[in-house]
Design a protein around this ligand. Structure first.
Ligand SMILES: *[C@@H]1O[C@H](CO)[C@@H](O)[C@H](O)[C@H]1NC(C)=O
Ligand SMILES: *[C@@H]1O[C@H](CO)[C@@H](O)[C@H](O)[C@H]1NC(C)=O
Ligand SMILES: *[C@@H]1O[C@H](CO)[C@@H](O)[C@H](O)[C@H]1NC(C)=O
Ligand SMILES: *[C@@H]1O[C@H](CO)[C@@H](O)[C@H](O)[C@H]1NC(C)=O
Ligand SMILES: *[C@@H]1O[C@H](CO)[C@@H](O)[C@H](O)[C@H]1NC(C)=O
Ligand SMILES: *[C@@H]1O[C@H](CO)[C@@H](O)[C@H](O)[C@H]1NC(C)=O
Ligand SMILES: *[C@@H]1O[C@H](CO)[C@@H](O)[C@H](O)[C@H]1NC(C)=O
Length: 330
């Protein structure tokens, strides 16, 4: 009995620091300001000044410092029925490491410079909103960023070359906006070879040769207006797993490309790529997705590797590709 009581006491002592979490007063004040700037949306009804802000909906605190480190606002029912912007008061939430604003169709306006004050951010997502205007240059000041996701918005203008100054970036998502202009040359100088998701924009020009220096895990450039060669995305010295260049204006001789054996998914459909598929593709052992349809390729599909696992639709609508799974070469 005594032993049991003792164990219960120990348990209480162990969990009590968690119960005692006290929201940092300045953070609390700043959150309440943020709420007021958004016109007190129903979703933030739990943000009651009389309660500990570390228990508020969408908020997370650091267990030791009690600073607010995460704010995650996802669409969950009626957030607001009026259009709103990211308030400048967000600048004061300086201890945030994670900021997620996701699926908020009424979130409009530009990305405010106040975001540049959040220098502790390692995870920034503003996606599926109606935010418009440019991808701001000031994002390059957020040196701790590892994940930057601005996908599914209404952003316009070109991609700022300064983003390559983010030394710790693991993933850059700017897909599904209305971005124009080229992929910056500077993207060859990322320290950390982030995965690049730039698909479904109106990017044009050639892919910069400097990307030969990068070894991203994934690169998605589909549904743009990119042209020219793509050799710099490939090469035996890379460990890239996924490349999607489909629905662009790429035109190059595929027979010259050395594909990394790490590839799992390669989609090149709807371009103007020509030449014969290289025999080297037989050595790409883990290929699970492959599509070179709607190009101008010719010659026999390499036989005896993995390519015969894919059906006709991976190869059809080329100039004169032949051999299994397409009809025999004459
Ligand atoms: C917005 O919501 C409030 C409260 O639910 C409601 O009274 C108001 O009529 C709504 N306004 C519009 C424009 O739908
Ligand atoms: C940030 O906090 C300071 C000090 O509380 C305050 O004076 C300032 O107005 C706040 N800034 C914004 C943009 O809310
Ligand atoms: C945000 O950064 C700017 C420029 O560094 C500075 O002037 C301003 O005081 C900062 N605002 C807050 C709320 O920290
Ligand atoms: C998005 O913003 C545009 C203007 O920039 C506006 O016409 C449209 O209604 C907004 N969409 C939503 C869902 O708020
Ligand atoms: C983007 O903006 C245009 C007009 O500026 C608007 O018609 C469109 O609905 C917006 N897109 C989204 C996803 O809200
Ligand atoms: C791969 O090799 C090419 C040519 O030797 C070189 O330019 C490039 O920097 C290398 N890429 C990586 C990611 O090491
Ligand atoms: C390849 O892409 C074409 C064009 O989008 C599509 O019709 C076909 O189904 C795709 N095949 C595979 C196996 O992905």
């Amino acid at each position: 009995m005594a032993a049991k009581m003792f164990r219960i006491c120990v348990l209480l002592i162990l969990i009590s620091p968690a119960l005692a979490v006290l929201c940092n007063p300045a953070d609390k004040k700043n959150l309440l300001q943020f709420k007021q700037d958004l016109n007190n949306p129903y979703m933030l009804v739990s943000w009651n000044p009389d309660t500990d802000c570390c228990y508020w909906n969408a908020v997370k605190c650091d267990q030791k410092t009690h600073r607010v480190i995460s704010l995650t606002i996802l669409y969950s029912g009626p957030f607001t029925n009026f259009s709103f912007q990211i308030p400048p008061s967000i600048a004061n939430l300086s201890s945030l490491r994670t900021l997620i604003l996701h699926k908020l169709p009424n979130l409009a306006g530009h990305l405010p410079p106040a975001i540049a004050n959040l220098t502790s951010l390692s995870y920034l997502t503003i996606s599926w909103t109606n935010v418009s205007g440019p991808v701001p240059d000031f994002l390059s000041q957020l040196k701790n960023l590892q994940f930057l996701d601005l996908s599914f918005n209404n952003l316009t203008g070109s991609i700022p070359s300064s983003l390559s100054q983010l030394p710790n970036l693991i993933s850059l998502r700017l897909d599904r906006n209305k971005l124009t202009g080229p992929i910056p040359d500077s993207f060859g100088s990322f320290n950390s070879s982030p995965s690049l998701f730039l698909s479904h924009n109106q990017l044009s020009g050639t892919i910069p040769a400097s990307l030969a220096n990068q070894d991203p895990m994934r690169i998605e450039l589909q549904m743009n207006k990119l042209e020219g060669d793509a050799y710099m995305l490939f090469g035996a010295n890379k460990t890239t797993q996924m490349v999607d260049l489909s629905r662009n204006l790429m035109a190059f001789d595929i027979s010259k490309v050395e594909f990394p054996t790490s590839l799992i998914s390669l989609d090149l459909n709807h371009n103007m790529i020509y030449g014969k598929l290289p025999e080297g593709l037989k050595a790409v052992d883990f290929l699970q997705m492959f599509n070179v349809s709607y190009n101008r390729m010719c010659g026999e599909i390499p036989q005896g590797g993995r390519l015969q696992r894919f059906d006709v639709s991976s190869f059809f609508h080329n100039k004169c590709l032949c051999g299994s799974p397409l009809p025999d070469c004459k």
